[in-house]
Design a binder for this molecule. Sequence first.
Ligand SMILES: NC(=O)c1ccc[n+]([C@@H]2O[C@H](COP(=O)([O-])OP(=O)(O)OC[C@H]3O[C@@H](n4cnc5c(N)ncnc54)[C@H](OP(=O)(O)O)[C@@H]3O)[C@@H](O)[C@H]2O)c1
Length: 325
Amino acid sequence: MKALVCEAYGSVDDLVYRDMPDPVASKGQVVVNIKGIGVNFPDGLLVEGKYQFKPECPFMPGGEFAGEITELGEGVSTFTVGDRVLGYFPSFGAYAEKIAGPIESAFKIPDSMSFETAAALMCATGTAHHALKQRAQLQPGENLVVLGAAGGTGIAAVQIGKAMGARVIAVCSTAEKLAFAKAQGADEGINYTEQDLKQAIKDLTNGQGADVVYDAVGGDAFDVCSRSMAWNGRLLIVGFASGRIPELPVNLTLVKGYSVVGIFWGTFTQKQPEDHAENMRELFQWFEEGKVVPVVDTVFKLKDGIQAIKKITGRDVIGKLVITP
Ligand SMILES: NC(=O)c1ccc[n+]([C@@H]2O[C@H](COP(=O)([O-])OP(=O)(O)OC[C@H]3O[C@@H](n4cnc5c(N)ncnc54)[C@H](OP(=O)(O)O)[C@@H]3O)[C@@H](O)[C@H]2O)c1
């Protein structure tokens, strides 16, 4: 099969499009013929050796895919050959024509869902869902501030925040991104390259501050939000797309009475598989109701996967990127 391969940790430009052996389904696994690959911010970090995990080279980055099952490993009875599925395999390898992995990490998709949409649904949307549901316990009517709201996981937080009944305040760096977040349901918008973020959050929350902040950006925006929280608020640590992991003077949490809550969706899927499966059921239901629908910015060919990764790390994506083998 064809694949985009990392032969040594380093620049994304050094990924090589070449032949790799076809995967085989071990016990409890399936092989999927990939029709769509979800591009995620960590894909670039993984290749550069800056991610939490370091697979042995050579490897294919990417974990998120949608496609058709072509092979069942020993003991697999919950799927049949030909099933349409999406998944996120923790051992990576999705930048390829085929992938093998455990059945716990694959889910049958609704007939109405295209492979392109399915490839964009799981990681970014699953992260936002887990963050707002299990970790923030977001309540109807609460003020939810979403940083990087037009990005992959940010726009999912906007859609899910609305589905859960919150008042969503989108924060973006350009007018175009803000217009997109509003078109996807955000009630209010802040352009943080033009407006004072702290004052804008204060003005939009009647001086109370944010009940929940969804932060996949970090850096300066985190610093401001750590001073803009409401009493009993939850500041969600999702990622550091800005490139700076911020530090927190913890006295702020004492004075303002808020919690700082870490999110790690990949570990959640493994440690709480039943909650993860229930989340996926709810996401599919919201999809069929038109409440949570991934928006795909651009579709790339697998051989052009380097461009896709550079587009996401270059702050140039509105919604999600998908690759088709
Ligand atoms: N914790 C978890 O389980 C989990 C799961 C998935 C992803 N993540 C993390 O979440 C973060 C966002 O992922 P994503 O897929 O949503 O990425 P994305 O689509 O690229 O969105 C990130 C957003 O961050 C903002 N940003 C600010 N400074 C940036 C910079 N220097 N470079 C790039 N973006 C910048 C951009 O919005 P503006 O231009 O509007 O500022 C951009 O839209 C990543 O750090 C990723 O690793 C964490």
